[in-house]
Design a protein around this ligand. Structure first.
Ligand code: UFG
Length: 331
């Protein structure tokens, strides 16, 4: 049993990881300002609601028990918004992380798992992408995460601090028994928007059908949120066992196009997905697929839910939980 502080544990991936670690028997506290996350995602009695930048309260929380490690999710995640408001994204994501690192150093907490992103690669030259690929974000969101990785590298070089940064590809799905799932406001992610189209009959816009891909639509590596949660548990074990850490891709290694996701959603739900083609969305690379062999090798981790239909079925189950059966309450 380890004592873990999870920042951003009221958000989608953070909450799944919180539930996952509690079931493994870890002692977990959640820090979240609820600016994006939801209190109902956090198991009762675990939530501390304040901002990362609130150094006094953070120091108090860190002094409340001898934490073995921190898992740091708290961040803004909307790529498009980051392009419109770069200063806010850098201040929140990078600035918030630096504030946390300073407090951790003062409190003597030397292990951290960081939620990074495939966006650190920008527009990769080829797929699957290894960690050694060029790091060249094409938006402030990716840069805000890469800057934190740089800071983590320096702490690991200069102090006893060790970290694992997990570069997520496209997180999706839900774990039904936790009663939580993907809820963003506003929603920008493909799978929840596909379900919204099914419920409302309003077509979803497919952003571009002229990419250099087999069907012309973008390809992504969709990784089930439960597999991401288990990757965090493995990262924690690695650090607690004295592992060296570093940055790792977290994906399945399989790419699916937007149209393949739509067809899978039709199979799973038994309903047609109304869609229309629109222009490309700015900043969307044609294909992002992880080479996650390093994560598999070093942390002894494997994705378990890799069939696209299974991933989508788990997301659809949460959609029912949230909105009732289709034809019920409109979205
Ligand atoms: N898409 C559409 N129509 C929509 C929404 C999405 O066609 O209405 C397409 C996108 O163009 C993209 C794919 O569906 O090709 C997936 O889009 P998402 O918005 O669901 O996810 P992204 O790939 O844009 O973003 C994800 C994470 C980001 C992270 C990024 C890394 O959500 O946090 O991967 O590249 F930065």
């Amino acid at each position: 049993m380890a004592r873990i502080l999870i920042t951003g544990g009221a958000g989608y991936i953070g909450a799944h990881t919180t539930h996952f670690l509690l079931r493994l028997g870890h002692d977990v506290e959640v820090l979240d300002d609820l600016s994006k996350g939801y209190a109902h995602n956090v198991p009762a009695g675990r939530l501390h609601q304040f901002r990362l930048q609130d150094q006094d309260r953070l120091a108090q929380l860190l002094a409340s028990k001898p934490f073995d490690a921190v898992i740091h999710f708290a961040a803004f995640i909307a790529v498009g918004e980051s392009v419109r408001e770069p200063a806010r994204y850098l201040a929140n994501n990078t600035g918030g992380s630096l504030a946390l690192l300073e407090c951790l150093q003062q409190a003597g907490v030397h292990r951290l798992v960081f939620s990074s992103t495939a966006a650190v690669y920008g527009d990769p030259a080829s797929v699957p992408i290894p960690e050694s690929a060029t790091l060249a974000p094409v938006n402030p969101y990716g840069e805000s995460k890469l800057m934190v990785e740089t800071a983590l590298d320096w702490l690991a070089r200069c102090t006893p601090f060790r970290f694992v940064a997990l570069r997520y590809f496209n997180a999706c799905g839900a774990i039904a028994e936790y009663g939580i799932g993907e809820e963003h406001e506003p929603e920008t992610h493909l799978i929840p928007l596909v379900f919204r189209a099914i419920r409302t009959g309003e077509p979803i816009t497919v952003f571009g059908n002229d990419y250099d891909t087999p069907d012309g639509t973008c390809i992504r590596d969709y990784i089930h949120v439960g597999d991401l949660a288990s990757a965090h548990a493995s990262a924690l074990d690695h650090l607690l066992a004295g592992g060296h850490g570093g940055s790792f891709n977290a994906g399945t290694g399989q790419g699916f196009s937007v149209l393949e996701v739509i067809r899978a959603a039709e199979r799973v739900t038994g309903r047609p997905v109304p869609f229309q083609f629109g222009p490309r969305r700015e900043g969307d690379p044609p294909a992002l697929v992880a080479d996650s062999s390093r994560l598999q090798r070093t942390l002894d981790w494997r994705p378990r839910i890799t069939a696209l239909d299974d991933i989508i079925a788990s997301a659809w189950a949460f959609d029912h939980h949230r909105f009732g059966p289709p034809g019920g309450r409109p979205v």
